[in-house]
Ligand binder design. Structure first.
Ligand code: BTN
Length: 284
């Protein structure tokens, strides 16, 4: 079965130098993130993207499933394997969420970001991001560590896959019941566009953010991200792997973790979790 993703339309919108310049289009896959990792195994270029009309095992954050309405949602993964230093990789999930938000702005929407990288329209989720990273071991026979890097695995390097799911053209009835009350699409928000335009706008936004990060521009990224979040100063609940934390959202720390002020006035830093805004009367 051929994919309905229009390569020509996509190429006519894309202005990047690297990201998306190698494009793999599929009608149906398990997960585009898995396809991107498979592409790395056969030496696909940095910036290769995989787009699929449908996913049978789409993954969300925290082990959740991600539903892709066939042909109506964008399921896209970007493979990054050049210059993936650990510092930059730590902020890549925020950069990807910001890139989605900036892309939707260029298409006429007014999105907000919910930490760490859900993108919302009118308080409902329109897009999600799943970033995965791996340490890649060198092929047998690769030269030993260069001078000054003794002890580092010879030739080992980091790579990442940025997976984004954007609800583009779904009607209300296209969402599974469990997310019907919390999800939206660009079409439902009155933005008439297509997957190709969203994909190109996302990559156009991600490329300078990623390059900026690699060049040390962490503060700029955090500022741009923070400007698109509306929960600062509000009481939030964060479900973390270690339990639920409740406090007033204060800021991002330099690594992109969420700083909360607890009821006793102390600060805590949350590294990972799902954020929910609490009702106003629940302020500590
Ligand atoms: C989330 O909000 O939980 C993240 C959702 C990420 C979904 C995208 S769709 C393309 C890529 N392939 C996957 O299996 N997941 C990501």
């Amino acid at each position: 079965m051929a994919s309905t993703f229009d390569r020509v339309r996509f190429a006519s919108r894309l202005t990047t130098r690297r990201l998306g310049r190698t494009l793999m289009v599929r009608a149906e896959v398990g997960s585009t993130n898995d396809e991107a990792w498979d592409a790395l195994a056969v030496d696909a270029p940095d910036g290769t993207i995989v787009v699929a009309d449908a996913q049978t095992r789409g993954r969300g954050r925290a082990g959740r499933a991600w539903h892709t309405a066939p042909g109506r949602a964008l399921a896209l993964s970007v493979l990054l394997h050049q210059g993936c230093d650990r510092g930059s990789l730590g902020l890549l999930p925020l950069a990807a969420g910001l890139a989605v938000a900036q892309a939707l702005e260029t298409l006429g929407a007014a999105p907000m970001i919910k930490w760490p990288n859900d993108v919302l329209l009118g308080g409902r989720k329109v897009a999600g991001v799943l970033c995965e990273s791996r340490r890649i071991q060198p092929a047998p026979g690769y030269p030993t560590s260069p001078p000054g890097r003794e002890g580092a695995p010879a030739g080992a390097r980091d790579a990442a896959v940025v997976g984004v799911g954007v609800n583009v053209a779904q009607d209300a009835g296209d969402f599974p019941p469990e997310i019907a009350e919390t999800a939206t699409s660009l079409a439902l928000a009155g933005i008439a566009t297509d997957r190709e335009s969203v994909a190109a706008a996302f990559l156009d936004a991600l490329e300078p953010l990623w390059t900026g990060l690699q060049e040390g521009g962490r503060a700029e990224l955090l500022a741009a991200w923070s400007a698109r979040a509306d929960f600062w100063g509000r009481v939030v609940t964060v479900r973390t792997p270690a339990g639920v934390v409740c406090g007033v959202a204060r800021s991002l720390d330099p690594d992109g973790a969420l700083v909360l002020v607890l009821e006793d006035g102390t600060e805590t830093v949350v590294l990972a979790g799902d954020l929910e805004a609490a009702p106003e009367e629940a302020r500590p």
